[in-house]
Design a protein around this ligand. Sequence first.
Ligand code: SF4
Length: 306
Amino acid sequence: MKTTHFERAIFLSWYCGRGDCKFCYMSTQKSKIKEPRKARRSIESILAEAFICKQLGWKIEFLSGGYEVFSSQELLEIIKGVYSIYGERLWLNIGALKKEELEMYKPYIKGVCGTVECINTEVQKQVCPSKPISEILKMFKACDDLGLKKCITIVLGIGETLKDIPLLIDFIKKNKIDKITFYRLKPQKETVFENAKPITAEYYVSWVKDVRDNFPNIEIVVGSWLDQLDEIHLLLEAGADSVTKFPSIKKFGSKYAKKIEEEAKKANHKFEGSLTRLPKINLTGLDEKIKQKVKEYLTSMGYSLS
Ligand code: SF4
């Protein structure tokens, strides 16, 4: 029986120095944030989240954050901290990193993510005006030199069409991409996509299936949204390996969480880890501040602690 699991992106900040990708929540925040250094999470909450991922059997999809929020040294400390709590090398999604930075992070990471977002270059330039693909390609070249893996993200519903699928196939082939995360657009308030019509499940499946048919070994992660969870079994059947973009702490044990596990079953996949059942959790040995944060998260997930 095939297996599947949940992948959780751990967010580090809610500010991004580029801040003008037209679909992104952070683009709505940039002008409102006067002190970018304050728009970042505390290290305790990041580490507490990594601890919960480990306990619940959730994979960390990547550490994710906007541009120009942390110095390289600060990021190194965060990466090391998460690595030591989680116990596995990580994926990073924190912009186009330089080779020197990748060298610093290399002992703790397995690879990096290039946020391509749209494979149609004309659309990409309009939607992400400050995020040139050339920067991502440069980072990927450094990954090849350093033996790091490469992942890309693609958002569907932002102006691409099915005719662009061959472009994606070529990109994956040419750049030897190891992992791809697909998202369906989540229309954000105050963006041009606020009232965008959602893509259909059929359209989503076409992208996933074509990538799987062309690349039997690539890792495919799919993000859905709460009102579209019916599509998960179709995406798994089309070749997706795992599911992301679910507020797994806030909605832990909810009807939505149950639905994801049911969808995995419907696709005849065994769901590893849990979005609905809390295991016995041992907090012994955790730093006091992290422990406090873990307790807050667990309480919001319905876990009663004495
Ligand atoms: S670079 Fe990333 S975080 Fe920044 S605005 Fe664009 S999508 Fe959002």
